[in-house]
Design a protein around this ligand. Sequence first.
Ligand SMILES: NC(=O)c1ccc[n+]([C@@H]2O[C@H](COP(=O)([O-])OP(=O)(O)OC[C@H]3O[C@@H](n4cnc5c(N)ncnc54)[C@H](O)[C@@H]3O)[C@@H](O)[C@H]2O)c1
Length: 310
Amino acid sequence: MKISVIGMGAVGTEVVGHLLASTAASEIVAVDRNAEKAQAEIWDFAHTTSFIYAKNPRLIAGGWPETVNSDIVVITAGAQLERGQNRDSLVEINSKVIEDLIARTEATSPNAIVLMVTNPVDVMAQVAVAHSSFPKERVISLGTIVDTARFMRIVSEHVGIDPKNIFGYVLGDHSHTGFVPWSLCNVCGLDVDTFCALNGVAPIDRAAVRQRVLQIGLDIFAGKGNTNHGIAASVFRIIRAVAGNERSVLPVGTLLEGEYGVDGAVMSVPCVIGRRGVQKIIACRFTEEEQAAFDVSHAHVRELMALAGL
Ligand SMILES: NC(=O)c1ccc[n+]([C@@H]2O[C@H](COP(=O)([O-])OP(=O)(O)OC[C@H]3O[C@@H](n4cnc5c(N)ncnc54)[C@H](O)[C@@H]3O)[C@@H](O)[C@H]2O)c1
C-alpha cells in the first residue's frame, strides 16, 4: 500500500513510525510545507529499517507529485493549538488549510481513503467532503477513536484487566461534548456495574470516568505541548483495518445522512471499517440519557459547522 502522510509534525512523524514497524505500507510519502523537516524525518526513519522488522518500504520525502495514487492519505497538517486555546478555536484557520489540502489530494489520489486528523477533526472531515468529490465513505474523521482508547485504558486500570478486553466507545464528537454510551459498554461480556459487583471491584463512577477521558488530552497537552502517541496509534489502527479489509467496528467520524436522526453532519458512531473505508454505519439503541448527550454533541458540531461556513 502507498500511504502518504501530510504534515510531519508531532502526529505525522509518529504515524510514520507505526507504519514502518508494520507490514501494511510498501511506500510511505512524507509531505510538509517545511520540506527540510520532512526530508530529515525520512532520512532518520530510513536508519531504523536495518534493525526493526519491516517490509523495507520505499521512504520518500516530497511534495504532492510524489503522493500520486496513494491508497491512503493521512492529513495531519494545519495549525496546532497554542496553550490556552481549545480545539474549536482552530476551525476557521484550519478550514482554509483543509480546503486546499483536499483539493490537492483529489488531484493526485482520487481513489484514496482520507484519514482526517487535523482539528477540530469532525468538522475538518466535513470540510473535506464538502470541498471535494470524495464519497463520504472514503473521508474518515479520527473522531472519538482516541477518546475511546483513553476510555478503554481508564476503565481497564479500574478493573485491572487489559484494555483490549474492555468493550465500549466514546461517541459524539472529539470535544468536551463526547459521551460514553454506557448501555453499550461491557467488560468480558458483563455490563460494567455487574462486572464490578461480581468481581470484587469498586463500582465505577461513570461521571468521573467521562470527565477523566475528556480531560486527559488537555492534561497531556499542558504537559508537553501536543498529544501524539494515542492519536498516531489510532490512525494506525484504522490503517490496519483498511489494509486488511478487516470489517472491524471502530468509533470514527463519518457524514451522517439520516442515521441517528442526524442529516448532514460528521459525527462519531460505530462504523465498520474495511478496504472501502466506512463500509457500514452500525445502528445502536441509546437510552434516553445517551440520546440527550448525543444531541448536545450534535448541537456543538453544528456550531462549528457554522464557523466553517458549512
Ligand atoms: N484528532 C485528534 O485526536 C488529534 C490529536 C492530536 C492532534 N490533532 C491535530 O492534528 C494537527 C497536527 O498536530 P501536530 O501536533 O502534529 O502539530 P504540529 O504543529 O507538530 O505539526 C503540524 C505540521 O503541519 C505542517 N503544515 C502546516 N500547514 C501545512 C500545509 N498547508 N501543508 C503541509 N504541511 C503543513 C507544519 O509545518 C507542521 O510540521 C493539529 O490540527 C492538531 O490539533 C488532532
